[in-house]
Design a binder for this molecule. Sequence first.
Ligand SMILES: NC(=O)c1ccc[n+]([C@@H]2O[C@H](COP(=O)([O-])OP(=O)(O)OC[C@H]3O[C@@H](n4cnc5c(N)ncnc54)[C@H](OP(=O)(O)O)[C@@H]3O)[C@@H](O)[C@H]2O)c1
Length: 341
Amino acid sequence: MEKIRVVLYGVGAIGSRIAKFLLEKEGVKIVGAIDIAKDKVGKDLGEVLSIGKRLGVVVSNDPKAVFGKACADVVVHATSSYLRDVYPQIAPLAEYGVNVVSTCEELSYPYVSEPELAKKLDALGLKYGVTFLGTGINPGFLMDTLVITLTAVCQKVNRIKVERVMNAATRRVPFQKKIGAGLTVKEFKKKMKEKAITGHVGLEQSIGMIAGALKWQLDKIKIDPVEPVIARKDVSSEAIKVKRGQATGLKQSAHGFVNGKERITLEFQAYIGAEEEYDAVTIDGVPPIRQKISPCVHGDLATIAVIANSIPKVINAPPGVVTMKDLPVPSAALEHMRKYL
Ligand SMILES: NC(=O)c1ccc[n+]([C@@H]2O[C@H](COP(=O)([O-])OP(=O)(O)OC[C@H]3O[C@@H](n4cnc5c(N)ncnc54)[C@H](OP(=O)(O)O)[C@@H]3O)[C@@H](O)[C@H]2O)c1
């Protein structure tokens, strides 16, 4: 069976882990790799991934050169969260006839924050017969696709609440630093002002996708400012010690309103010392639903899986911009990837 030809665009923390995962799978071949990081460009992908062997794919900072000869079926894209940054990277790829699956948070439901770019990208997809999908664990699954799927058993939905609580001690150290663990509240607020702490990107997109699926006309989406979670006692991870009264991580909520009433609430918390880690969906409806995943789904592992599992679905999808709610029920693609086409 012929293999699915993949180009990696962005070989950072997530892109490189997706690459390693794809290398273990049957039915996929990595035929190109693009990045701009000086320590990667010009090196063999195997060296960049530190897997102890060469792969014969050189990391390039020249997308035109790569796509000119790659004959790729799909691009696995993982560079940035914002569509205005990502658009110039992925829009030109349509001409090469390649489909795109990206971790870009805003692309997961681009109509809420970047409707004009979404329209332009959709037009390019239709013109060249290629599909663009933004996905991942969150946004992409836990706070949107999963929620939408659960509403399938409801006759009536009045309100939806989604919570994700993560114990950051179990996550990468850069992540623990990114959420401000171990800072004083003053330092935390200063870093927020400097945009060194930005909170979670994707709450707006998840609310938009849920409302889109349920055909709820949103009056507004309100994203609360990021707030520090204050440690009530001394806590620590292997790398960071947090004293009582310091920031141990962050929390953020978002709200979707329909006819002046809050119908969707998302609450995201990531901090060192969370006693229980979980993902929970509560649907006030008929019948009522209370679903809890405990411990919460591991973000990095799951993002890699969602992206890889989406590859056959993206190749098969209609052209244009699609979101997770437009695709068939998500599922794993465990064996030879070509089987799932
Ligand atoms: N939807 C989800 O659930 C989900 C989950 C995980 C991650 N994400 C998002 O996915 C993105 C990637 O995450 P990450 O942790 O892998 O980030 P990362 O470690 O910073 O990796 C991004 C890589 O892309 C490179 N890059 C940046 N701009 C580029 C360009 N124009 N052309 C080619 N390469 C470029 C970066 O190079 P430099 O280092 O030189 O800039 C870096 O090597 C982030 O925006 C993250 O928020 C989403």
